[in-house]
Design a protein around this ligand. Structure first.
Ligand code: MG
Ligand code: MG
Length: 277
């Protein structure tokens, strides 16, 4: 018995049923594991493609969550997020100045002009896929449209750096350059991550130049969730009292795109590619 653990408050939720403990470090996936990652990621891509098509003003974020959970389960997977460290839903739905980890709600009605980020994950045969999109709801303000476009460009600039032998700073630098050129800000409070048996694995895939994090050299068989977050104004964020939703401190807009990407000898394969589902 660990006395210290027993003394900790009981309010902290269990980490969730889909966490595989005792795994540390960067995992190189085998051919078989990569094939399962492709399947898990294709489920995520399918769900996000559907949500992008069906989102309309007047729907609630809980409607989108219900659709995602239903479809993930229909395709034989389990929502990665639901129950993860106590998160109550299958998607994160973050609107306008909400940055990440927004909790879907029946009270949250999607409005014309909203910039809506939908992030979801699927756990299939022991592996996770993870992806996020930014949805322009109807006609959005020009700056919102530009922020969403630049955020997607930044993601692909990062992805194009991926190949065996490259380093995480190559990805981060490419992302940062696109963002700076367009005079937006990269959020530094959240990073991408390795993904596989666990939703969040090493290494941290940072989106900005830094010496504070390991500048890992990429190897074929690594699977990374690359997910830059761009803010219109200040890069600073804070967490709301719901303990999940991160918002911009200046209430400026935020946009994010994410793909699960396989490192190959020659380059990369986007496992959550929505054009292939
Ligand atoms: Mg995600
Ligand atoms: Mg992620």
């Amino acid at each position: 018995m660990n006395i210290l653990t027993d003394l900790l408050p009981k309010s902290e939720p269990a980490p969730g049923p889909r966490i595989q403990k005792g795994r540390r470090g960067i995992e190189i996936k085998s051919k078989r594991e990569i094939e399962i990652m492709r399947q898990a990621s294709a489920i995520v891509a399918t769900v996000l493609k559907e949500i992008m098509a069906l989102t309309e003003p007047g729907m609630t974020t809980a409607d989108l969550d219900a659709h995602a959970e239903k479809r993930i389960r229909e395709m034989g997977a389990v929502p990665s997020f639901k129950g993860y460290h106590g998160f109550p839903a299958s998607i994160c739905a973050s609107i306008n100045h909400e940055v990440v980890h927004g909790i879907p709600s029946r009270k949250r009605v999607i409005q014309e002009g909203d910039l809506l980020k939908v992030d979801t994950g699927a756990y299939f045969n022991g592996f996770h896929g993870d992806s996020c999109v930014t949805i322009r709801v109807g006609q959005v303000p020009e700056v919102a449209d530009r922020l969403a476009t630049v955020a997607e460009e930044a993601l692909f600039a990062g992805i194009r750096q991926v190949r065996a032998g490259a380093r995480l700073l190559d990805i981060a630098g490419a992302i940062e350059d696109v963002v700076k050129k367009n005079r937006f800000a990269v959020v530094e409070d959240f990073t991408g991550h390795g993904v596989g048996r666990n939703l969040h694995e090493e290494p941290a895939v940072f989106n900005f130049r830094t010496r504070e994090m390991p500048n890992v050299q990429l190897r074929a068989g690594m699977t990374l969730a690359i997910e830059p977050i761009l803010n219109q104004g200040s890069k600073k964020t804070k967490i709301l009292r719901d303990r999940w939703t991160a918002v911009t401190v200046d209430r400026g807009l935020s946009a994010q795109w994410e793909h699960t990407v396989l490192v190959t000898e020659e380059g990369y394969e986007i496992l959550t590619d929505r054009t292939k589902v």
